[in-house]
Structure formats: C-alpha cells, structure tokens
Design a protein around this ligand. Structure first.
Ligand SMILES: [Zn+2]
Length: 309
C-alpha cells in the first residue's frame, strides 16, 4: 500500500518578518526533498480547506472567532513576540487543518498505508484557547479528535519528537484517558513545560525530557525504554506523529544532536507498533525544523521509512 503526501501551495502564504525562523523557505526545502526520484511512488494531494467547525474539534468557537477577527487585511498582526498572522495566515491554517483531517480519512478508510502532511506554521504549541510558539491551530490534536469522532477510534496515540515540548497538545489532552500523548524534547527550552512529572489526570501524558547536546543514542534509548513500552501497553487504534525535525543537529533553535537516520529509525519503530495494534495506521504531521538542510534530510529519511524502506 502507498504513502500519501499532503501539502498545499498556500503554505507559502503565511508571511513572517525577515529573520523569522518559521519561514516559507521551509516548505520549499520539503518540496525539493520529496521531488527526488526515489519518492516518485508517493501519492500526492493538495490539502483541502477545512471549515472552521472542524477546528472546533480541538479549540472553542470563541477562540477561532477571535483569530478570524484579528486576521489583518494588510501587514502583520502580532499575537506574541514569535507568533503572528499575515493576510494569508488564516487560509493557510485552514488548509493545514483540512490536510491533517484528510490524511486521517485516507488512512482510516484504508486508501493508503500511512500519510505525511507538510504544512506550516506548526501546531503543537497551540493550547485549547491560546496561540503561541508560531502555532495557531493544533493540527495534530484536531487529527486525533477527527479519528475518534468520525471513525470511532477508541484509543489514539500522539507521539511528538519535535525538540520543543508540545504544551498545546498536552493541554488539550490533559484530562483525556483515551489519548496517550508521548513526547521527547530538549529541556530546559521553550515553552518550559514537559517535565516527567507532568502526567495528566489519568497518567496518559508521557514526557521524556532530554538534555542539551544529547545525541541519537540517548534519543533512541529514551524511545525504546520510556515511549515504546507505554505505547505498546496502550495499544492505540491509530498513531499520529507530531513530526518536528528541529532536534536535528543542524537546527539553529536547539541543541540536540540527532541526525536524519534517527528520525528514520523512530518512524520504523512506530510503524512496527502500528502494525501490531493499529493495522499499520500512521498519520504524520510536520511541526518544526528550522535548518533547511536538516529539515530536507530529515523529511527524506522519515518519508523513506513511511514508504517501507
Ligand atoms: Zn519545535
């Protein structure tokens, strides 16, 4: 079975000030990586635009309305020092949500083995009703909720290897006994959350903080010892990956020392787990990754693994 690749040209339309690391060139780096001949077998599709009602799977209507009202007709609306809206942002984000939901549809219906959604900005810092850390809507959380609502998935695992802790995803699923949120991340680092003691109301939050300059060996050991056993015991119906690639050693925003082979390895471990419990169902959604070279190499290794290589 095939791997689905979902993106949309509007990912270039979220404008940021000069020097902002979360920039349109990230998407061009991903596109260039996946243009290589060895990815010719990918099934490619454009992310449909979601209705705002779909965003309500993870965020209250009042929050969405406040962002719609804040959307600028020109210039930039600064939500905080890192997070902003340009005239194209809302449309971009609705395509990112629509693409994530579409990937869940395709995987849950068995139309493809797994899927990778590459849009920007990322989403995992977006809390229930707060935009931050470049993120407005939490695409991965919406994908999880869609799988439960539309397909009756009873347990969904959200695995987040972005170098930053996904405070937004943790916030959204804190009291949810049927979603396991598992994260490796550098600590201390933005956003400051993610200690191992943060476990959620029902012990379904698994935080595995790593130290600056920890390498792939430490990451793999953390994954094998702390993340995979919890996922195995949880036996999810679907695995959603918050696939940030800013733990790559080339990344300018953090200090972990992973290379692209580590992301390929982690992808294959999750696929094995999905084969055991979830009929192989994996939906991967791009989060961070701010070295264009590190991002391109990591995406290639990740998608190679999704394609069974
Ligand atoms: Zn990040």
């Amino acid at each position: 079975m095939s791997t689905l690749y979902v993106t949309h040209p509007s990912a270039l339309d979220h404008a940021v000030p000069a020097g902002h690391p979360e920039r349109p060139a990230r998407m061009q780096a991903v596109e260039r990586a996946l243009e290589q001949e060895r990815f010719a077998a990918l099934v490619r599709c454009h992310a449909p635009k979601a209705e705002t009602s779909v965003v309500e799977l993870a965020h209250p209507a009042s929050y969405i309305e406040s962002l719609v009202a804040a959307s600028p007709e020109e210039g930039l609306f600064q939500i905080d020092s890192d997070t902003l809206m340009s005239p194209g942002t809302l449309n971009t984000c609705l395509h990112a949500v629509g693409g994530s939901v579409h990937a869940v549809d395709a995987v849950m219906k068995g139309e493809c083995a797994n899927a990778f959604v590459a849009m920007r900005p990322p989403g995992h810092h977006a809390e229930v009703a707060r935009a931050m850390g470049f993120c407005l809507f939490n695409h991965a959380a919406i994908a999880v909720q869609h799988a439960r609502k539309a397909y009756g998935a009873s347990r969904v695992a959200l695995v987040d290897w972005d170098v930053h802790h996904g405070n937004g995803s943790q916030d959204i699923f804190w009291a949810d006994r049927d979603v396991l949120y598992a994260s490796t991340h550098q600590m201390p680092l933005f956003p400051g959350t993610g200690s191992a003691g943060e476990r959620g109301d029902h012990d379904t939050i698994v935080n595995v903080p790593l130290k600056a300059f920890d390498d792939g060996e430490v990451f793999r050991e953390a994954f094998e010892q702390r993340i995979l056993p919890r996922l195995d015991a949880f036996a999810p119906d679907l695995i959603v990956i918050s696939a940030g690639f800013d733990a790559h050693k080339l990344d300018p925003l953090a200090n972990l020392q992973l290379d692209e082979a580590d992301f390929g390895w982690a992808t294959r471990r999750l696929m094995e787990l999905a084969d055991r419990h979830a009929q192989g169902r994996v939906v991967s959604i791009l989060e961070g990754g701010y070295s264009l070279d590190g991002l391109a190499r990591s995406v290639a290794a990740h998608v190679d693994a999704l394609m069974g290589r």
